[in-house]
Design a protein around this ligand. Structure first.
Ligand SMILES: Cc1cc2nc3c(=O)[nH]c(=O)nc-3n(C[C@H](O)[C@H](O)[C@H](O)COP(=O)(O)OP(=O)(O)OC[C@H]3O[C@@H](n4cnc5c(N)ncnc54)[C@H](O)[C@@H]3O)c2cc1C
Length: 398
Protein backbone atom coordinates (compact mmCIF):
# COMPACT_ATOMS: atom_id res chain seq x y z
CA UNK A 1 0.00 0.00 0.00
CA UNK A 2 1.33 3.43 -0.94
CA UNK A 3 0.91 6.74 0.78
CA UNK A 4 -2.33 7.74 -0.96
CA UNK A 5 -5.83 7.23 0.44
CA UNK A 6 -4.83 6.94 4.07
CA UNK A 7 -7.02 8.36 6.84
CA UNK A 8 -5.98 9.93 10.13
CA UNK A 9 -7.67 9.24 13.43
CA UNK A 10 -9.11 5.79 12.77
CA UNK A 11 -9.84 3.46 15.68
CA UNK A 12 -8.13 0.08 15.99
CA UNK A 13 -11.39 -1.58 14.95
CA UNK A 14 -11.69 0.57 11.82
CA UNK A 15 -8.10 -0.22 10.88
CA UNK A 16 -8.67 -3.91 11.45
CA UNK A 17 -11.82 -3.91 9.29
CA UNK A 18 -10.03 -2.06 6.49
CA UNK A 19 -7.09 -4.42 6.56
CA UNK A 20 -9.40 -7.43 6.38
CA UNK A 21 -11.31 -5.93 3.46
CA UNK A 22 -8.10 -4.93 1.64
CA UNK A 23 -6.78 -8.51 1.95
CA UNK A 24 -10.10 -9.85 0.69
CA UNK A 25 -9.99 -7.48 -2.29
CA UNK A 26 -6.41 -8.45 -3.16
CA UNK A 27 -7.01 -12.20 -2.83
CA UNK A 28 -10.65 -12.73 -3.81
CA UNK A 29 -11.74 -9.82 -6.01
CA UNK A 30 -8.87 -8.41 -8.07
CA UNK A 31 -7.75 -11.76 -9.55
CA UNK A 32 -11.22 -12.51 -10.97
CA UNK A 33 -12.86 -9.11 -11.44
CA UNK A 34 -12.07 -8.40 -15.07
CA UNK A 35 -12.93 -11.91 -16.25
CA UNK A 36 -16.28 -11.92 -14.44
CA UNK A 37 -16.98 -8.40 -15.66
CA UNK A 38 -16.35 -9.31 -19.26
CA UNK A 39 -18.71 -12.28 -18.89
CA UNK A 40 -21.27 -10.08 -17.08
CA UNK A 41 -21.40 -12.82 -14.43
CA UNK A 42 -22.87 -12.27 -10.96
CA UNK A 43 -20.02 -12.55 -8.43
CA UNK A 44 -21.77 -15.04 -6.16
CA UNK A 45 -18.61 -16.35 -4.45
CA UNK A 46 -17.51 -12.80 -3.68
CA UNK A 47 -20.95 -11.89 -2.34
CA UNK A 48 -20.85 -14.97 -0.09
CA UNK A 49 -17.46 -13.76 1.13
CA UNK A 50 -18.89 -10.31 1.91
CA UNK A 51 -21.61 -11.99 3.94
CA UNK A 52 -19.02 -13.95 5.91
CA UNK A 53 -17.11 -10.75 6.62
CA UNK A 54 -20.33 -9.27 8.01
CA UNK A 55 -20.30 -6.41 5.50
CA UNK A 56 -24.06 -6.52 4.89
CA UNK A 57 -24.45 -5.50 8.52
CA UNK A 58 -21.50 -3.12 8.71
CA UNK A 59 -23.54 -0.05 9.69
CA UNK A 60 -26.51 -1.82 11.28
CA UNK A 61 -26.51 -1.26 15.09
CA UNK A 62 -25.23 -4.12 17.25
CA UNK A 63 -28.62 -4.47 18.96
CA UNK A 64 -29.99 -5.58 15.57
CA UNK A 65 -27.10 -7.95 14.91
CA UNK A 66 -24.82 -5.68 12.88
CA UNK A 67 -21.34 -4.29 13.50
CA UNK A 68 -22.64 -0.80 14.32
CA UNK A 69 -19.94 0.98 12.33
CA UNK A 70 -20.07 4.57 11.08
CA UNK A 71 -20.63 6.04 7.63
CA UNK A 72 -16.91 6.80 7.56
CA UNK A 73 -16.03 3.12 8.03
CA UNK A 74 -18.54 2.26 5.34
CA UNK A 75 -17.07 4.80 2.91
CA UNK A 76 -13.53 3.56 3.50
CA UNK A 77 -14.63 -0.04 2.98
CA UNK A 78 -16.31 1.00 -0.28
CA UNK A 79 -13.11 2.71 -1.45
CA UNK A 80 -11.27 -0.57 -0.92
CA UNK A 81 -13.91 -2.71 -2.62
CA UNK A 82 -14.26 -0.40 -5.63
CA UNK A 83 -10.48 -0.48 -6.02
CA UNK A 84 -11.00 -4.20 -6.67
CA UNK A 85 -14.25 -4.06 -8.65
CA UNK A 86 -16.81 -1.28 -8.49
CA UNK A 87 -19.76 -3.61 -9.19
CA UNK A 88 -19.13 -5.40 -5.90
CA UNK A 89 -19.57 -2.16 -3.98
CA UNK A 90 -22.89 -1.78 -5.84
CA UNK A 91 -24.07 -5.08 -4.35
CA UNK A 92 -23.88 -3.68 -0.83
CA UNK A 93 -24.74 -0.06 -1.51
CA UNK A 94 -28.49 -0.15 -2.13
CA UNK A 95 -28.70 -2.60 0.79
CA UNK A 96 -26.83 -0.11 2.94
CA UNK A 97 -29.13 2.78 1.90
CA UNK A 98 -32.28 0.79 2.70
CA UNK A 99 -30.82 -0.25 6.08
CA UNK A 100 -29.92 3.39 6.74
CA UNK A 101 -33.47 4.53 5.89
CA UNK A 102 -34.92 1.87 8.18
CA UNK A 103 -32.53 2.80 10.99
CA UNK A 104 -33.36 6.49 10.76
CA UNK A 105 -36.97 6.53 9.61
CA UNK A 106 -38.45 3.05 10.26
CA UNK A 107 -40.84 2.18 13.08
CA UNK A 108 -39.47 -0.07 15.83
CA UNK A 109 -41.52 -2.97 14.38
CA UNK A 110 -39.98 -2.40 10.94
CA UNK A 111 -36.49 -2.30 12.41
CA UNK A 112 -37.10 -5.54 14.32
CA UNK A 113 -38.64 -7.14 11.25
CA UNK A 114 -35.86 -6.36 8.79
CA UNK A 115 -32.58 -5.18 10.30
CA UNK A 116 -31.44 -8.46 11.94
CA UNK A 117 -32.02 -10.33 8.68
CA UNK A 118 -30.42 -7.53 6.67
CA UNK A 119 -27.35 -7.76 8.89
CA UNK A 120 -26.82 -11.38 7.86
CA UNK A 121 -27.59 -10.71 4.20
CA UNK A 122 -30.71 -12.90 4.27
CA UNK A 123 -32.79 -9.83 3.40
CA UNK A 124 -31.19 -7.82 0.62
CA UNK A 125 -32.24 -4.26 -0.07
CA UNK A 126 -32.76 -2.21 -3.25
CA UNK A 127 -34.17 1.28 -3.51
CA UNK A 128 -36.22 2.76 -6.28
CA UNK A 129 -36.94 6.37 -7.07
CA UNK A 130 -36.20 6.56 -10.81
CA UNK A 131 -38.76 5.88 -13.52
CA UNK A 132 -38.47 5.73 -17.32
CA UNK A 133 -39.28 9.44 -17.60
CA UNK A 134 -37.46 10.78 -14.55
CA UNK A 135 -34.23 10.51 -12.62
CA UNK A 136 -32.94 13.92 -11.56
CA UNK A 137 -36.43 15.33 -11.04
CA UNK A 138 -37.62 13.07 -8.24
CA UNK A 139 -40.69 15.23 -7.61
CA UNK A 140 -42.10 13.98 -10.94
CA UNK A 141 -42.57 10.40 -9.63
CA UNK A 142 -45.73 9.03 -11.25
CA UNK A 143 -46.00 5.58 -9.67
CA UNK A 144 -49.20 5.89 -7.71
CA UNK A 145 -50.20 4.29 -4.41
CA UNK A 146 -53.97 4.54 -3.93
CA UNK A 147 -55.52 4.02 -0.52
CA UNK A 148 -58.22 1.32 -0.42
CA UNK A 149 -61.33 1.29 1.77
CA UNK A 150 -59.70 -1.17 4.18
CA UNK A 151 -56.70 1.15 4.70
CA UNK A 152 -54.31 -0.84 2.53
CA UNK A 153 -52.80 0.52 -0.69
CA UNK A 154 -52.73 -0.50 -4.34
CA UNK A 155 -49.60 0.54 -6.26
CA UNK A 156 -49.38 0.89 -10.04
CA UNK A 157 -46.52 2.28 -12.10
CA UNK A 158 -43.19 1.58 -13.69
CA UNK A 159 -39.82 1.92 -12.03
CA UNK A 160 -36.47 2.07 -13.82
CA UNK A 161 -32.81 1.48 -13.01
CA UNK A 162 -33.12 -0.64 -9.86
CA UNK A 163 -29.64 -1.62 -8.85
CA UNK A 164 -29.97 -5.15 -7.37
CA UNK A 165 -33.53 -5.22 -8.72
CA UNK A 166 -33.23 -8.97 -9.38
CA UNK A 167 -31.15 -10.11 -6.41
CA UNK A 168 -32.97 -8.14 -3.71
CA UNK A 169 -36.03 -9.24 -1.75
CA UNK A 170 -36.87 -5.90 -0.12
CA UNK A 171 -37.30 -2.75 -2.21
CA UNK A 172 -37.88 0.75 -0.81
CA UNK A 173 -40.12 2.27 -3.47
CA UNK A 174 -41.01 5.95 -3.74
CA UNK A 175 -44.61 6.56 -4.81
CA UNK A 176 -47.06 9.39 -5.17
CA UNK A 177 -49.95 9.40 -2.65
CA UNK A 178 -52.85 11.81 -2.08
CA UNK A 179 -52.18 13.48 1.25
CA UNK A 180 -53.99 16.65 0.27
CA UNK A 181 -50.80 18.63 0.90
CA UNK A 182 -50.12 21.76 -1.13
CA UNK A 183 -46.52 20.68 -1.78
CA UNK A 184 -45.75 17.85 -4.19
CA UNK A 185 -42.95 16.77 -1.85
CA UNK A 186 -45.44 16.07 0.94
CA UNK A 187 -47.57 13.88 -1.31
CA UNK A 188 -44.93 11.18 -1.63
CA UNK A 189 -44.61 7.98 0.35
CA UNK A 190 -41.98 5.25 0.58
CA UNK A 191 -43.21 1.66 0.74
CA UNK A 192 -41.17 -1.35 1.82
CA UNK A 193 -42.06 -3.91 -0.82
CA UNK A 194 -41.21 -7.56 -0.32
CA UNK A 195 -40.68 -9.82 -3.31
CA UNK A 196 -38.78 -12.95 -4.25
CA UNK A 197 -35.32 -12.57 -5.77
CA UNK A 198 -35.15 -13.33 -9.49
CA UNK A 199 -36.95 -12.20 -12.61
CA UNK A 200 -40.52 -12.40 -13.90
CA UNK A 201 -43.49 -12.07 -11.56
CA UNK A 202 -41.69 -12.03 -8.22
CA UNK A 203 -44.66 -11.00 -6.06
CA UNK A 204 -48.37 -10.32 -6.59
CA UNK A 205 -48.54 -7.42 -9.06
CA UNK A 206 -44.75 -7.05 -9.33
CA UNK A 207 -42.78 -7.95 -12.43
CA UNK A 208 -39.02 -7.60 -12.74
CA UNK A 209 -38.09 -8.08 -16.40
CA UNK A 210 -34.54 -9.19 -17.19
CA UNK A 211 -31.28 -7.31 -16.60
CA UNK A 212 -30.65 -4.06 -18.45
CA UNK A 213 -27.59 -4.53 -20.68
CA UNK A 214 -25.15 -1.85 -19.56
CA UNK A 215 -21.88 -0.36 -20.83
CA UNK A 216 -20.12 -1.17 -17.56
CA UNK A 217 -21.09 -1.89 -13.92
CA UNK A 218 -21.51 -5.44 -15.12
CA UNK A 219 -22.05 -8.58 -13.06
CA UNK A 220 -24.54 -6.75 -10.87
CA UNK A 221 -28.20 -6.74 -11.96
CA UNK A 222 -29.89 -3.44 -12.84
CA UNK A 223 -33.56 -3.79 -13.73
CA UNK A 224 -36.93 -2.25 -14.31
CA UNK A 225 -39.85 -3.04 -12.02
CA UNK A 226 -43.46 -2.99 -13.14
CA UNK A 227 -46.16 -2.62 -10.52
CA UNK A 228 -49.70 -3.51 -11.52
CA UNK A 229 -52.19 -3.11 -8.67
CA UNK A 230 -49.69 -4.40 -6.15
CA UNK A 231 -51.64 -4.76 -2.87
CA UNK A 232 -49.72 -3.71 0.21
CA UNK A 233 -50.60 -3.11 3.83
CA UNK A 234 -50.20 0.37 5.35
CA UNK A 235 -47.78 -1.25 7.86
CA UNK A 236 -45.27 -1.34 5.00
CA UNK A 237 -45.08 2.45 4.76
CA UNK A 238 -41.60 3.40 5.90
CA UNK A 239 -42.04 5.09 9.29
CA UNK A 240 -45.74 4.19 9.40
CA UNK A 241 -46.99 7.55 8.08
CA UNK A 242 -47.58 8.58 4.47
CA UNK A 243 -46.30 11.86 3.03
CA UNK A 244 -42.71 11.58 4.22
CA UNK A 245 -41.23 9.57 1.39
CA UNK A 246 -39.43 12.33 -0.45
CA UNK A 247 -37.53 13.48 2.64
CA UNK A 248 -36.66 9.90 3.63
CA UNK A 249 -35.28 9.21 0.16
CA UNK A 250 -33.28 12.45 0.10
CA UNK A 251 -31.73 11.50 3.44
CA UNK A 252 -30.89 8.12 1.91
CA UNK A 253 -29.26 9.60 -1.17
CA UNK A 254 -27.13 11.90 0.97
CA UNK A 255 -25.35 8.85 2.34
CA UNK A 256 -25.57 7.30 -1.13
CA UNK A 257 -23.60 10.24 -2.50
CA UNK A 258 -20.82 9.67 0.00
CA UNK A 259 -20.81 6.09 -1.20
CA UNK A 260 -20.56 6.99 -4.90
CA UNK A 261 -17.78 9.44 -4.05
CA UNK A 262 -16.01 6.59 -2.25
CA UNK A 263 -16.47 4.27 -5.22
CA UNK A 264 -14.98 6.94 -7.48
CA UNK A 265 -11.97 7.21 -5.18
CA UNK A 266 -11.53 3.44 -5.31
CA UNK A 267 -11.61 3.32 -9.10
CA UNK A 268 -9.30 6.33 -9.39
CA UNK A 269 -6.85 4.86 -6.88
CA UNK A 270 -6.68 1.63 -8.87
CA UNK A 271 -6.23 3.55 -12.15
CA UNK A 272 -3.39 5.47 -10.50
CA UNK A 273 -1.74 2.24 -9.28
CA UNK A 274 -1.96 0.72 -12.75
CA UNK A 275 -0.69 3.88 -14.42
CA UNK A 276 2.30 4.38 -12.14
CA UNK A 277 3.29 0.72 -12.48
CA UNK A 278 3.00 0.74 -16.26
CA UNK A 279 4.93 4.01 -16.55
CA UNK A 280 7.93 2.38 -14.88
CA UNK A 281 7.86 -0.70 -17.12
CA UNK A 282 7.20 0.75 -20.55
CA UNK A 283 10.21 2.26 -22.30
CA UNK A 284 10.25 4.74 -25.16
CA UNK A 285 13.18 6.69 -26.54
CA UNK A 286 15.58 4.71 -24.36
CA UNK A 287 14.02 5.23 -20.94
CA UNK A 288 10.93 4.32 -18.88
CA UNK A 289 8.08 6.64 -19.83
CA UNK A 290 7.82 7.74 -16.17
CA UNK A 291 11.05 9.60 -16.79
CA UNK A 292 9.47 11.75 -19.49
CA UNK A 293 8.31 14.84 -17.69
CA UNK A 294 4.89 14.85 -19.36
CA UNK A 295 4.17 11.42 -17.85
CA UNK A 296 5.69 12.35 -14.49
CA UNK A 297 3.46 15.42 -14.28
CA UNK A 298 0.45 13.38 -15.31
CA UNK A 299 1.17 10.95 -12.45
CA UNK A 300 1.54 13.84 -10.02
CA UNK A 301 -1.81 15.27 -11.06
CA UNK A 302 -3.46 11.86 -10.83
CA UNK A 303 -2.15 11.26 -7.30
CA UNK A 304 -3.24 14.74 -6.21
CA UNK A 305 -6.75 14.20 -7.56
CA UNK A 306 -7.08 10.84 -5.81
CA UNK A 307 -5.96 12.39 -2.55
CA UNK A 308 -8.27 15.43 -2.86
CA UNK A 309 -11.29 13.28 -3.62
CA UNK A 310 -10.52 10.96 -0.70
CA UNK A 311 -10.20 13.90 1.71
CA UNK A 312 -13.56 15.29 0.59
CA UNK A 313 -15.32 11.94 0.95
CA UNK A 314 -13.89 11.52 4.46
CA UNK A 315 -15.03 15.01 5.45
CA UNK A 316 -18.56 14.43 4.13
CA UNK A 317 -18.82 11.10 5.96
CA UNK A 318 -17.53 12.56 9.23
CA UNK A 319 -20.06 15.38 9.05
CA UNK A 320 -22.96 12.95 8.74
CA UNK A 321 -21.50 10.79 11.50
CA UNK A 322 -21.50 13.87 13.73
CA UNK A 323 -25.27 14.03 13.26
CA UNK A 324 -25.20 17.05 10.96
CA UNK A 325 -26.72 17.47 7.50
CA UNK A 326 -24.06 16.96 4.88
CA UNK A 327 -25.96 17.85 1.73
CA UNK A 328 -23.32 20.35 0.56
CA UNK A 329 -20.31 18.29 1.61
CA UNK A 330 -21.75 15.07 0.13
CA UNK A 331 -22.64 16.90 -3.09
CA UNK A 332 -19.17 18.42 -3.35
CA UNK A 333 -17.46 15.11 -2.56
CA UNK A 334 -19.60 13.22 -5.06
CA UNK A 335 -19.05 15.80 -7.80
CA UNK A 336 -15.31 16.20 -7.31
CA UNK A 337 -14.65 12.49 -6.81
CA UNK A 338 -16.63 11.42 -9.87
CA UNK A 339 -15.18 14.10 -12.16
CA UNK A 340 -11.64 13.43 -10.91
CA UNK A 341 -12.20 9.71 -11.22
CA UNK A 342 -12.95 10.12 -14.91
CA UNK A 343 -9.93 12.37 -15.39
CA UNK A 344 -7.57 10.03 -13.53
CA UNK A 345 -8.85 6.98 -15.40
CA UNK A 346 -8.43 8.76 -18.71
CA UNK A 347 -4.90 9.84 -17.76
CA UNK A 348 -4.02 6.26 -16.84
CA UNK A 349 -5.59 5.06 -20.09
CA UNK A 350 -3.35 7.47 -22.03
CA UNK A 351 -0.29 6.23 -20.12
CA UNK A 352 -1.14 2.71 -21.24
CA UNK A 353 -0.96 3.79 -24.89
CA UNK A 354 -2.56 1.30 -27.29
CA UNK A 355 -2.66 -1.42 -24.62
CA UNK A 356 -5.17 0.64 -22.66
CA UNK A 357 -7.61 -0.04 -25.47
CA UNK A 358 -7.14 -3.80 -25.16
CA UNK A 359 -9.56 -5.81 -23.06
CA UNK A 360 -6.54 -7.63 -21.60
CA UNK A 361 -5.70 -4.59 -19.55
CA UNK A 362 -7.71 -3.68 -16.46
CA UNK A 363 -7.83 -0.01 -17.36
CA UNK A 364 -10.33 -0.82 -20.13
CA UNK A 365 -12.82 -1.97 -17.46
CA UNK A 366 -12.13 1.02 -15.21
CA UNK A 367 -12.73 3.34 -18.16
CA UNK A 368 -16.27 2.01 -18.54
CA UNK A 369 -16.91 1.91 -14.79
CA UNK A 370 -15.79 5.50 -14.23
CA UNK A 371 -18.50 6.83 -16.55
CA UNK A 372 -21.24 5.57 -14.25
CA UNK A 373 -19.81 7.62 -11.37
CA UNK A 374 -20.94 10.73 -13.26
CA UNK A 375 -24.57 9.56 -13.20
CA UNK A 376 -25.39 7.48 -10.09
CA UNK A 377 -26.92 9.31 -7.07
CA UNK A 378 -27.32 12.48 -9.13
CA UNK A 379 -25.28 13.99 -11.93
CA UNK A 380 -22.75 16.79 -11.41
CA UNK A 381 -25.36 19.25 -12.68
CA UNK A 382 -27.69 18.20 -9.89
CA UNK A 383 -24.89 18.35 -7.29
CA UNK A 384 -24.16 21.90 -8.49
CA UNK A 385 -27.82 22.84 -8.01
CA UNK A 386 -27.78 21.49 -4.45
CA UNK A 387 -24.43 23.06 -3.57
CA UNK A 388 -25.19 26.39 -5.24
CA UNK A 389 -28.63 26.83 -3.65
CA UNK A 390 -27.34 25.97 -0.23
CA UNK A 391 -24.37 28.32 -0.51
CA UNK A 392 -26.68 31.13 -1.62
CA UNK A 393 -28.71 30.62 1.56
CA UNK A 394 -25.57 30.60 3.72
CA UNK A 395 -24.05 33.65 2.08
CA UNK A 396 -27.30 35.62 1.63
CA UNK A 397 -26.73 39.37 1.61
CA UNK A 398 -28.32 40.96 4.64
C1 LIG B 1 -26.50 1.76 -13.85
C2 LIG B 1 -27.48 2.63 -13.16
C3 LIG B 1 -27.96 2.27 -11.91
C4 LIG B 1 -28.91 3.06 -11.26
N1 LIG B 1 -29.44 2.64 -10.06
C5 LIG B 1 -30.49 3.31 -9.51
C6 LIG B 1 -31.15 2.81 -8.34
O1 LIG B 1 -30.75 1.80 -7.76
N2 LIG B 1 -32.26 3.45 -7.91
C7 LIG B 1 -32.75 4.58 -8.52
O2 LIG B 1 -33.75 5.13 -8.06
N3 LIG B 1 -32.11 5.10 -9.61
C8 LIG B 1 -31.00 4.49 -10.12
N4 LIG B 1 -30.38 4.98 -11.25
C9 LIG B 1 -30.91 6.19 -11.88
C10 LIG B 1 -30.01 7.39 -11.71
O3 LIG B 1 -30.12 7.88 -10.40
C11 LIG B 1 -30.43 8.43 -12.76
O4 LIG B 1 -30.06 7.91 -14.04
C12 LIG B 1 -29.76 9.75 -12.55
O5 LIG B 1 -30.25 10.37 -11.37
C13 LIG B 1 -29.99 10.70 -13.74
O6 LIG B 1 -31.34 10.75 -14.08
P1 LIG B 1 -31.81 10.53 -15.60
O7 LIG B 1 -31.07 9.37 -16.13
O8 LIG B 1 -33.28 10.50 -15.63
O9 LIG B 1 -31.30 11.82 -16.35
P2 LIG B 1 -32.14 13.18 -16.51
O10 LIG B 1 -32.68 13.59 -15.19
O11 LIG B 1 -33.09 13.03 -17.62
O12 LIG B 1 -30.97 14.18 -16.94
C14 LIG B 1 -30.46 14.23 -18.27
C15 LIG B 1 -29.37 15.31 -18.32
O13 LIG B 1 -29.93 16.59 -17.99
C16 LIG B 1 -29.22 17.15 -16.89
N5 LIG B 1 -30.18 17.89 -16.06
C17 LIG B 1 -31.35 17.42 -15.56
N6 LIG B 1 -31.96 18.40 -14.85
C18 LIG B 1 -31.14 19.47 -14.88
C19 LIG B 1 -31.19 20.79 -14.31
N7 LIG B 1 -32.21 21.18 -13.55
N8 LIG B 1 -30.17 21.64 -14.56
C20 LIG B 1 -29.11 21.25 -15.32
N9 LIG B 1 -29.00 20.03 -15.89
C21 LIG B 1 -29.99 19.16 -15.65
C22 LIG B 1 -28.60 15.98 -16.15
O14 LIG B 1 -27.45 16.39 -15.42
C23 LIG B 1 -28.23 15.07 -17.34
O15 LIG B 1 -27.03 15.53 -17.90
C24 LIG B 1 -29.38 4.26 -11.87
C25 LIG B 1 -28.86 4.64 -13.12
C26 LIG B 1 -27.94 3.84 -13.76
C27 LIG B 1 -27.42 4.27 -15.11
Amino acid sequence: MGRLVTTDGLTDIQQEILKTVRDFVDKEILPVATELEHKDEYPQAIVDGLKELGLFGLTIPEEYGGLGESLLTYALVVEEIARGWMSVSGVINTHFIVAYMLMHHGTEEQKQKYLPRMATGEVRGAFSMSEPSLGSDVSAVATKATKQDDGSYSITGQKMWLTNGGSSNLVAVLTKTDEGADSVYKNMTTFLIEKEPGFGETAQGITVPGKIDKMGYKGIDTTEMILEKHQISADQILGGEPGKGFYQMMDGVEVGRVNVGARAVGIANRAFELGIAYAQQRETFGKPIAQHQAILFRLAEMGTKVETAHAMVVRAARKKDAGERNDVEAGMAKMVASEYCNEVVEASFRIHGGYGYSKEYEIERLYREAAFMLIGEGTSDIQKMIIGRSLLKDYKLR
